[in-house]
Design a binder for this molecule. Structure first.
Ligand code: TEU
Length: 589
C-alpha cells in the first residue's frame, strides 16, 4: 500500500544558493533571490527545497565549512531573510529542508578555536594527535603519515597553538568533529532543534555516514597503537584515504537513533535524508526501515560511480547494464521496507545530461534530457531535481584552469599534474571538463539577457562563476512558454507523481535487464500496471522481447501516460518493432 509519509510521493528541488538567483547585485546568489523565485518553483510543482548551506562560513568549500550554525552568512543575507524564506515557502506549500554539515566544522568555528587549547572543555571535540611538526602523527621518527584529505594533500594539519595535528577528511579548513564525545553530539542536536523550532522541515545530512570512525576501545584510530599511526595503503596520488575507517562505522546506527530520538521525537511533517557514502543498498534498507527509527532516506553512490573506474578523473563511457544493475539493486533492497531517494544530479556531480545524454544537437539535447528525467522519476522513491536539471542545463564547458573555482578541482589539478605527475595538463583539463563539480555550479539560466538574469547587469559585480554561453538558448523564460520544453516535461512528471499512486508506491519490476540500449520496467499497484521504456542511446533500438510482449497489439494512444515524442512517431517506430534514439514513454498495459 502507498507509503503514508508526505515525502512518499513528493519531489524535492535542490538549490545551490550561491548560483540560483542574486538578489543584491553582488554576483552571488542569496536568500532574497531565492524568495523572488519561489513562484517559479511553485509552478514547477515541487514539494520541498533542499537548501545547500547558507550558514556563516569562510566559504572555503562554498559553505560546507561552517563557522556558526545559528547564523546566516552575510553573502546570503540574514536570519530575518531566512525566516521570510521559510514563511513565504510555507505559504506556497513548499517545505524547507536545510543542509546539516556536522561530520566537520570550519576551523574558524568557536568550538575549534577553543579546542586549540588542550586544557579547554573543547579539547576533545576534534581528532587531535601528538607529533613533531613536519612529521604527521605516524610512527615517531619514521616517514610522515600519508593519510590523505579528499581535497588534496595530507588529512592532518599541524596547529602551532596546540602543538598537535588534527584530522580533516576534507579540506584543511574542515576539521572532523569527534562524535565519540557525547558533548559534541548533544551540541549538534540542540542546534538541530533550534532550527526545527524556527520552522524548517528537516535536514539533508552531509556525509552523515562518516561520523562514526572505526576506532579501537582505547579510542585509537586505525593503525594507531602506542601513539603511532601507521599508514593505510597509499593510492596513485601518494596518499591513502581516511574514508575506509569512516564509512558506515560501528556506532552509526546508534548515533542516528539517538539523533532521531533527541531531535525528531514528537515532530511530524519533517524529512531526513542522509548523504550515504559507502552505504550499500542492503544497508540502505536497514537505515531507512521506519521500524529502526534512523533516517527517512539516504543518497546512495553506486549508480553515480558506474562510469568512474576508481578515480572520478578517469570517467568512462556509460555502460547501461551497469547503471541498471545499480538502480535495480537499490529498488529491490527497499521493496518491502525502507525507501529510496532518486537522483542523477547535485552540486557535486557533473550534469547527467552532458554525462549520459546527447547534447550534439538541440533536438537531441531536449529529447535525451526528457528521457533521463522520465527514467529517474518513474522509479519508486523520492525524486530530487537539481537546479537547472529541469530546463536541460549542461556542463560548464570550461577550458582554462582559472575558470574553475572549486577547491577540489583546483587542488586535484596541482596534485595529479604537478606533484604526482599522473596526467598532463591537457588530460587533466579534459578530466575537469567531464567531472568537475563546477559543471553543476554555473549560474541558473533564467533568460537570455546578460548573465542569464542570474544577476543584474547594472550590478557592480560579475557572477562569481561564469554563466554558460548556451544560456542564450537554454533558459527558463524560453522554456516556460514552450509546451515541448524540458521544463514543461518535468512539470508533467511531477504532476503525474502527485496524482498516481502506482508511480509513487507501485511495485518496481525490471524487464530485459541485459539490453545495453533500452531501460524498461513496470510499476504496478493493485490492478494498474505502467510499462516504462527508455531508449538510453543515440541510435535506433529494437524493442527487447519482454517489453515487446507486454506491448503486443496495436498502440492505443489513450493508454499513453507520457512520452517525449509524438504519438505518430511512436506508433510508426513501434510498428517496426523499433525505438527512435532517446525515445521514452510510459504506457498503461
Ligand atoms: O560531499 C561529500 C562527497 O562525497 C563529495 O565531496 C565527493 O566526495 C566529491 O565531491 C567527489 O568528487 C559532501 C558535500 O556534498 C560536498 O559538497 C562537500 O564538499 C563535502 O561533503 C564536504 O562537506
Amino acid at each position: 500500500a502507498p507509503m503514508n509519509p508526505w515525502w512518499a510521493n513528493a519531489v524535492v528541488y535542490q538549490i545551490y544558493p550561491r548560483s540560483f538567483q542574486d538578489g543584491n547585485g553582488d554576483g552571488y546568489g542569496d536568500l532574497q533571490g531565492i524568495i523572488s523565485r519561489l513562484d517559479y518553483l511553485a509552478e514547477l510543482g515541487i514539494d520541498a527545497i533542499w537548501l545547500s548551506p547558507v550558514y556563516r562560513s569562510p566559504q572555503d568549500d562554498n559553505g560546507y565549512d561552517i563557522s556558526d550554525y545559528r547564523d546566516i552568512d552575510p553573502l546570503f543575507g540574514t536570519l530575518e531573510d531566512m525566516d521570510r524564506l521559510i514563511e513565504r515557502a510555507h505559504e506556497l506549500g513548499i517545505k524547507i529542508v536545510m543542509d546539516l554539515v556536522v561530520n566537520h566544522t570550519s576551523d574558524e568555528h568557536a568550538w575549534f578555536q577553543a579546542s586549540r587549547d588542550k586544557n579547554s572543555p573543547y579539547a576533545d571535540w576534534y581528532w587531535w594527535r601528538p607529533a613533531r611538526e613536519g612529521f604527521e602523527p605516524g610512527t615517531p621518527g619514521a616517514e610522515p603519515n600519508r593519510w590523505g584529505g579528499s581535497f588534496g594533500g595530507s588529512a592532518w594539519k599541524y596547529d602551532t597553538e596546540r602543538g598537535e595535528y588534527y584530522l580533516h577528511t576534507f579540506s584543511k579548513k574542515q576539521p572532523d568533529l569527534n562524535w565519540e564525545n557525547p558533548k559534541v553530539r548533544h551540541a549538534v542536536y540542540d542546534m538541530m532543534n533550534w532550527w526545527l523550532d524556527r520552522g524548517i522541515d528537516g535536514f539533508r545530512m552531509d556525509v552523515i555516514t562518516l561520523i562514526s570512525k572505526r576506532i579501537d576501545d582505547e579510542g585509537h584510530l586505525p593503525g594507531e597503537s602506542h601513539g603511532a599511526i601507521q599508514d593505510l595503503p597509499v593510492g596513485e596520488e601518494g596518499y591513502s584515504s581516511p574514508w575506509p575507517f569512516s564509512m558506515d562505522g560501528p556506532r552509526l546506527d546508534e548515533f542516528l537513533k539517538e539523533m532521531r530520538h533527541e531531535v525528531f521525537e514528537g515532530r511530524t511533517g519533517y524529512l531526513t535524508v542522509g548523504e550515504g557514502q559507502g552505504i550499500s543498498s542492503k544497508r540502505n534498507e536497514s537505515i531507512t526501515d521506519p521500524a529502526n527509527r534512523e533516517l527517512d532516506m539516504i543518497f546512495l553512490f553506486d549508480h553515480v560511480g558506474v562510469d568512474q573506474d576508481g578515480s572520478k578523473w578517469g570517467m568512462t563511457k556509460l555502460e547501461l547494464p551497469r547503471l541498471k544493475r545499480a538502480m535495480i539493486e537499490q529498488q529491490e533492497a527497499v521493496h518491502s521496507k525502507g525507501w529510496a531517494s532518486l537522483y542523477f544530479n547535485n552540486h557535486d556531480q557533473p550534469r547527467a545530461l552532458s554525462r549520459w545524454g546527447d547534447t550534439s544537437t538541440p533536438q537531441l539535447r531536449v529529447k535525451s534530457a526528457k528521457a533521463l528525467g522520465l527514467l529517474l522519476h518513474m522509479h519508486r522513491g523520492t525524486p530530487y531535481v537539481y537546479q537547472g536539471e529541469e530546463i536541460g542545463m549542461t556542463n560548464a564547458g570550461f577550458t582554462k584552469l582559472d575558470q574553475y573555482q572549486d577547491l577540489e578541482s583546483i587542488n586535484a589539478f596541482h596534485q595529479r599534474v604537478d606533484e604526482a605527475k599522473l596526467q598532463d595538463a591537457d588530460s587533466m583539463m579534459a578530466s575537469l571538463g567531464q567531472a568537475s563539480r563546477d559543471n553543476a555550479r554555473t549560474p541558473m539560466q533564467w533568460d537570455s539577457s546578460t548573465f542569464a538574469g542570474f544577476t543584474s547587469p547594472e550590478g557592480s559585480a560579475k557572477p562569481w562563476l561564469s554563466v554558460n554561453p548556451n544560456a542564450s538558448d537554454i533558459n527558463v523564460e524560453a522554456e516556460k512558454t514552450d509546451p515541448d520544453s524540458v521544463f514543461n516535461f518535468y512539470r508533467r512528471l511531477i504532476e503525474l507523481r502527485h496524482g498516481d499512486d502506482a508511480i509513487a508506491a507501485g511495485d518496481f519490476s525490471p524487464l530485459d535487464i541485459d539490453d545495453d540500449q533500452v531501460y524498461a520496467f513496470t510499476r504496478s499497484l493493485e490492478d494498474r500496471t505502467l510499462l516504462c521504456i527508455i531508449n538510453v542511446s543515440s541510435h535506433n533500438a529494437v524493442i527487447p522481447s519482454q517489453s515487446a510482449r507486454l506491448l503486443r497489439g496495436d498502440f492505443a494512444a489513450e493508454r499513453l501516460v507520457i512520452a517525449n515524442s509524438d504519438v505518430d512517431e511512436l506508433r510508426q517506430t513501434m510498428h517496426e518493432g523499433q525505438l527512435a534514439p532517446w525515445s521514452a514513454f510510459v504506457y498503461q498495459i
